[in-house]
Design a protein around this ligand. Structure first.
Ligand code: AP5
Ligand code: MG
Ligand code: ZN
Length: 215
């Protein structure tokens, strides 16, 4: 059973690798960012609360995130493993996740820390486009859709995320450095951190991940 955490700064390739991991290992991707964006789109109370933080590139308060993840992990499709993308993002969230795992007699198999030089992140994010319907991730420079603006997978509309503008991205990166980067030490101490070089072609990043997770 694989219980995975994807760690890494904005634009490192968490969502991109998650798509490949889901296909190969058949475990659900739990992206807290995607869940918040779906709530914003749906106009829910949670979406209204999260939006102002996300627009500024700040973290949504821990108390809005932790219960949401706990509920999600209780769903049936997580019974044989799961992959968290974008959670935990603070030491508090990591400690809460440890408690959730303990309650279930489970543990986190691996934390995949995807490393990419900061200077490359902004360009990657500026070029990113995402499918509104299925969430598939593209890049106008490195991974364009076959037809402009149309998702290759589902034919949905491909758009640019509201928080993918230069000012917000710079703040997201600095928030990552101050609030999330301490998790590298946290999971090194826990003994389950695997460092992945994210500054390679997507397929090479994925084969390094497969080496860590096993065939
Ligand atoms: P979230 O949605 O998690 O965004 P993020 O962490 O900023 O990460 P990104 O999705 O931007 O990057 P990614 O690593 O997934 O990169 P991708 O694969 O798309 O969070 C958004 C917001 O929600 C947060 O700011 C916060 O407000 C809130 N939030 C979410 N979770 C929270 C939590 N736990 N607590 C509090 N608040 C929370 O790739 C990027 C681009 O690069 C793509 O175009 C892709 O095609 C390209 N690319 C990928 N890999 C490669 C490669 N190897 N070579 C070249 N290009 C590549
Ligand atoms: Mg992502
Ligand atoms: Zn799509």
């Amino acid at each position: 059973m694989l219980n995975i955490v994807l760690l890494g700064p904005p634009g490192a390739g968490k969502g991109t690798q998650a798509e490949l991991i889901v296909k190969k290992y058949n475990i659900p991707q739990i992206s807290t960012g995607d869940i918040f964006r779906a709530n914003i789109k749906g106009g829910t109370e949670l979406g209204k609360k999260a939006q102002s933080y996300m627009d500024k590139g700040e973290l949504v308060p821990d108390e809005l995130v932790v219960d949401l993840v706990r509920d999600r992990l209780n769903q049936d499709d997580c019974a044989d493993g799961f992959m968290l993308d974008g959670f935990p993002r603070t030491v508090f969230q990591a400690e809460e996740l440890d408690k959730m795992m303990k309650e279930r007699n489970l543990s986190i198999t691996k934390v995949l820390n995807i490393e990419v030089e900061a200077s490359k992140l902004i360009d990657r994010i500026a070029g990113r486009r995402v499918c509104r319907s299925c969430g598939a991730t593209y890049n106008i420079n490195t991974k364009p859709t076959a037809k402009e603006g149309i998702c290759d997978v589902c034919g949905g509309e491909v758009y640019q995320r509201a928080d993918d503008n230069r000012d917000t991205v710079e703040n997201r990166i600095s928030v990552y450095n101050s609030q999330t980067a301490p998790l590298v030490e946290y999971y090194t101490k826990a003994g389950n951190l695997a460092t992945i070089n994210g500054d390679q072609p997507m397929d090479s990043v994925f084969s390094d991940i497969v080496k860590v997770l096993g065939e």
